[in-house]
Design a protein around this ligand. Structure first.
Ligand code: GLN
Length: 478
């Protein structure tokens, strides 16, 4: 069975055409993962029993002549900060090493309704904090294209699983680039939806005003399919919205896509941008010009403040969200004999359970929120966030979509940046603004011959995923 380049679309056709059964495919994936994942390390745990049970159910329903939804039987990988009932959910942290989810995330509920199959939970930077997946408490993940390099992060396991054909598609989460940057590094497609397009209920929170769950897939079309199925209003997430994503999401029309004007922000083509990246971005622009799409230079003047703004707001929210891991309510406790004082339980459990990067951000976050510093840092960062949003609002009066690089470099070497947090943070410069401004953004691999994969980013107006995915789908067909 050829799992290479198996897309959602191809799987669906094959299943309906009885070229294979859902069970056979799931089994083939597990055999392949067993062989391949020892060198890559994309998965933290496989959910084999659940997957085979669900695949079997699909085959029975198919034989009974039940209607098969587009995701029915599709083998997916799920980032390990998204809850699947009764399965482990570690967020790649020691503090949750023995935790099992007691309920399904809403995205999982939706996928279960569709009869999708979950192969396993994928590796990430601890609590999604990082850009290389090297911050996982359990293991590193290697880039399938070059095993000496990182797959990006924090959704590095999901991106690597899809790139290495160890899943048809995957879910990741994106707070400051964690879907788009690993997608770019691994040569796959990654979509961060508009804030509020997808329910966050059942996602282990990092920074709640920035987090979104989104798809990682082999094609833009697959990303659109998966996005459509997981989006929508959910009463358990009051920030989620009901948007009717119509037919244009999956069947964009060229005449409509041609009407979209693309802006190129000059602030994104800066010193420090790798030559291979700028060359790749120019290739993508040239291809899109051949579709007769209009381009225009624009300015997003507050871009230079995005990184510092993010690295204040994000840790502030991290410090609040991670307060719940206290050795009493969730997961691991250091109080093995039940004799420790409350304070010692907190200190010891958190001291032993969290990794270095997580601690760094909790300390930063409590600092910027503390009395005396709140106004100088946190309140100011909130104002800057507004200015960054305004930049986009003003730009979107003239253009419809913004094209930028995803990351200043292609995948870097394992170990290259791990001892220098600032250097690691700087790499997030192009992905962070879309989170701060709540906007949808997709990373699409540039078509080129040779070299490491490099993605370009399309940022859209709020809830206009159809625009960026529409352009992407035509780019793919070129
Ligand atoms: N790399 C960014 C960070 O370290 C983004 C993480 C994310 O999107 N979850 O915060």
């Amino acid at each position: 069975m050829d799992l290479n380049n198996l897309t959602i679309k191809k799987f669906h056709k094959g299943l309906l055409g009885k070229q294979f059964s859902a069970f056979e495919i799931a089994k083939a994936f597990f055999d392949y993962i067993e062989e391949k994942d020892s060198e890559i390390g994309a998965y933290l745990q496989l959910t084999k029993d659940l997957a085979l049970l669900r695949a079997n159910k699909v085959d029975i329903e198919l034989a009974e002549g039940k209607k098969m939804e587009i995701l029915t039987g599709v083998p997916l990988a799920i980032k390990d900060n998204i809850l699947i009932e009764n399965e482990p959910a570690t967020a790649a942290s020691k503090i949750l090493a023995n935790y099992r989810a007691s309920y399904d995330a809403i995205v999982i509920k939706k996928l279960k309704k569709n009869n999708a199959v979950f192969l396993g939970k994928t590796n990430l930077d601890e609590f999604a904090m990082g850009s290389s997946t090297e911050n996982s408490a359990f293991k590193i993940t290697r880039n399938p294209i070059d095993l000496e390099r990182v797959p990006g992060g924090s959704s590095g396991g999901s991106a690597a699983a899809v790139a290495a054909d160890m899943a048809v598609a995957a879910l990741g989460s994106d707070t400051g680039g964690s879907i788009r940057q690993p997608a770019s590094f691994c040569g796959v497609v990654g979509l961060k939806p508009t804030y509020g397009a997808v329910s966050r209920f059942g996602l282990i929170a990092m920074a709640s005003s920035l987090d979104q769950i989104g798809p990682i897939a082999k094609t833009v079309e697959d990303a659109a399919i998966l996005f459509k199925e997981i989006s929508g209003r959910d009463k358990l997430d009051s920030t989620s919205r009901d948007i009717e994503y119509g037919d244009e999401l999956l069947n964009p029309k060229l005449e409509n896509v041609r009407k979209l004007r693309i802006g190129i922000p000059k602030e994104y083509f800066i010193e420090g941008l790798d030559k291979q990246v700028s060359e790749a971005i120019n290739l993508a622009i040239d291809s899109l010009k051949s579709l007769k799409i209009e381009f225009k230079e624009i300015s997003l003047p507050h871009t230079k403040h995005a990184l510092s703004c993010y690295y204040i707001i994000m840790p502030a929210e991290v410090s609040a969200n991670l307060a719940r891991f206290d050795g009493i309510r969730y997961g691991q406790t250091s109080d093995v004999n039940g004799k420790m004082s409350l304070k010692d339980i907190y200190l010891k459990t958190r001291g032993e359970g969290f990794g270095e990067e997580v601690k760094r951000r909790i300390i930063l976050g409590t600092f910027v929120l503390s009395s005396g510093y709140y106004d100088a840092y946190y309140a100011k960062a909130q104002k800057v966030r507004q200015l960054i949003k305004q930049d986009f609002d003003e730009a979107f009066a003239e253009i419809d979509v913004i094209l930028t690089p995803v990351s200043p470099t292609a995948a870097f070497k394992i170990g290259e940046k791990i001892d220098d947090p600032l250097k690691m943070y700087l790499g997030d410069i192009f992905t962070i603004p879309a989170n701060l401004a709540d906007l949808p953004a997709v990373s699409i691999p540039v078509k080129k011959t040779g070299g490491l994969p490099i993605g370009f980013q399309l940022i859209g107006k709020p809830f206009r995923e159809a625009d960026i995915l529409g352009i992407g789908q035509f780019y793919e067909k070129l």
